[in-house]
Design a binder for this molecule. Sequence first.
Ligand code: HEC
Length: 431
Amino acid sequence: MGNMSKRKLISGASIALAGGVLTAAAGLASAQTAADIVLGEGIHPESIAATPDGGLLIGSIALNSVYRAAPGATTAEPWITTGLIDGGLVLGVFAAGDTAYVCAGGPFGSNVAFLLTFDLATAAETGRYELPGGGLCNDIAVGSDGTAYVSDTSPVGRLLALAPGASELTVVVADEAIAGIDGIAFIGDELYANDVTTGDLYRIDIAGGTYTTLTLSRPLQGPDGMRTTVDGTALLVTENAGGTLDLLTIEGDAVTVETIQDGFTQATGVAQIGNIAYVVEARFDVLFNPAAPPVGVFSAKAVPLPADAAAAPAAPAAAAAPAAPAAEDPAAVMAALMTDGQRLYVAQCQACHGDQGQGGIGFALVNSPVVSRAGATINQIIQGYPNHGMPEFGSRLNNAQIAAISTYIRNSWGNAYGVVTPAMVGQVRPQ
Ligand code: HEC
């Protein structure tokens, strides 16, 4: 399951095809790939957050603890395992400055909820703030002035605040109409909140204690985890019920929802490091169903963000810009990639995927949900799927070669999904 094992499974000689072409190009590129982060069994991760040093915090709802992955690590280790709420559960985690924030509650339905703070360097608890009147501390965001905000997903529907140095949480907004308030995140000084019950996205007027319901380009099904993109201009959202990771760009009261990846099961949390989004799935379906078989090893799933998403332009790209003189003619770029891509495909891929992309040992590449997404295609080629019979090519092909093959398979045999440039591969794997 974990990518750690993938590399081991594939040795230079393990797959004999194409007369050693696979090994001929070895060493062209360093294999810095977007690996999933292995968490372990029984974790049921509900929330994930980036730490300022480029690592991750993960909240385990089932084990009532917080895990931490060091920068670049492919596994997370238990970090805070005691001193939470006895018999309770951890929901949101967040990190800002030198502080880790944790939403710690009693068992579901207990109405006991705390925001806890810890020193990121030492894991020592530095603060304990009970939600006034109880509630469900769900997720956290910290503003530029250091004020921490907490969503209270309970019948009273609240957003609470903890100012720097304050000893208790105060109510910013309380409205039973937003009882489903869940993920919260800032763009600049604007705070946004999603609603896991209604699917709405709100902009909160912190000073006025009111909120505005924004207009979505498509409905969200159970929006849950929400974080600001690393460039600070857009939102990454996981749809718990919809099973997707989305990028939301906001213009006034209008929100453009772009699906980045689908197929998740109860995706409840997301965090971004570099150009990779890490998605966690809490799997309440299994957690609360004693008859269900266990999930096995949980991981934070790495999703390479497309270049446009990682850059996250504030305004929709200038699609209608008329014939501006381009540095390079896109048609010529495409043609060159197609020529190289075909040659590489025949040598590296055709034996398993067929001369028409019809599949064979490997899946069909025509109408493939992976091939339709640039990031997923790049990732599939870099990482392969060794325990299912596809070797990794990350250590054998450079970014230009991966771009060429990706472009070729995405635009042949009836596929028409557009170009993949070496720069796009570079977003997934700097070399
Ligand atoms: C030794 C056989 C083999 C070779 C060589 C191979 N693949 Fe694969 N490929 C597979 C198998 C098997 C799968 C299915 C893996 C799985 O279970 O998800 C697969 C899956 C894929 C998928 C995902 C398709 C989908 O819809 O899930 C893509 C894309 C892909 N391969 C592209 C390539 C490209 C491009 C190359 C050449 C650089 C290549 N493969 C070389 C065996 C191979």
